[in-house]
Unconditional design. Structure first.
Length: 257
């Protein structure tokens, strides 16, 4: 084709290049049957299929038990979901590794010099299609490596589930302990208020000084302050437990178990 300035543009013919990777004869590249590739069993599938992790987050209400707390954390933990997504990604990599390598298409454009220097419209284009043939068992090795990565992702998934269960158990115990402390402090508040009322009656009857009443009032204030602080700690412990299954705040009332 004649260009704008009369220069000739030369397009080379389509070149098909087969790049042979590895060593060995050509027969080694075709000994991998498709049936064996489709029958691959991944490590986590060989032991046990991972449980379904649903996307919606259940919000428990009322009283939650230890079993329910652990089940919630294992089923809805963000860390467990991430580990499951990693398994699916590795599964996709293993499937891709089981297929033959894709052909590559390359377009090369070169400028050709002339007597006047580098001409603007004197160029040569070449289109190249290449296909890599894997020999020497390289395809099987690549598939085995991908399967190993999938198996490791499966073990990471199991570790994430175990870690979620452990953290849920520890957080559940923290909630139970805080509830018990709050109940004891509530009793202290009740006793201190009764003591204050008794002292106040004695002061009115002239059988006690006002100093004793002031002391009783201080005891009530200290007990109420301790109860308020424990209520805040209990709320924080409940939120930490709820965060294990992806909730920003606690929706259950109390823990029992």
């Amino acid at each position: 084709m004649v260009g704008r300035y009369g220069a000739t543009s030369r397009v080379s013919a389509l070149a098909l290049t087969l790049s042979v990777a590895g060593c060995g004869g050509l027969t080694e590249a075709v000994i991998v049957p498709e049936q064996s590739v489709r029958a691959v069993t991944y490590g986590w599938q060989a032991s046990a299929a991972p449980p379904e992790v649903t996307g919606s987050i259940h919000a428990p209400s009322g009283t939650i038990t230890f079993r329910e707390a652990v089940s919630q954390a294992v089923a809805y933990s963000p860390a467990v979901k991430a580990a499951l997504a990693e398994i699916e990604a590795r599964h996709g990599d293993a499937f891709q590794a089981s297929r033959r390598l894709n052909p590559e298409l390359a377009l090369n454009v070169e400028n050709l010099p002339n007597s006047g220097g580098l001409a603007q419209d004197d160029s040569s284009e070449s289109l190249q299609l290449s296909q890599t043939l894997e020999l020497g068992g390289k395809r099987l090795a690549r598939l085995a490596a991908a399967n190993l990565e999938t198996s490791l992702a499966g073990w990471d998934f199991e570790v994430a589930r175990l870690q979620a269960a452990i953290e849920a158990g520890q957080s559940f115990v923290d909630v139970i302990a805080s509830q018990e402390r709050l109940a004891i402090l509530q009793e202290f508040v009740t006793v201190s208020q009764k003591t204050r009322d008794a002292v106040e009656a004695r002061v009115k009857g002239g059988r006690a000084s006002s100093i004793e009443l002031d002391r009783a009032k201080v005891a009530v204030a200290l007990a109420q302050a301790a109860r308020t602080a424990e209520e805040a700690r209990l709320a924080a412990a409940k939120d930490r437990l709820s965060a294990l299954w992806g909730r920003d705040y606690a929706t259950f009332g109390r823990a029992a178990g």
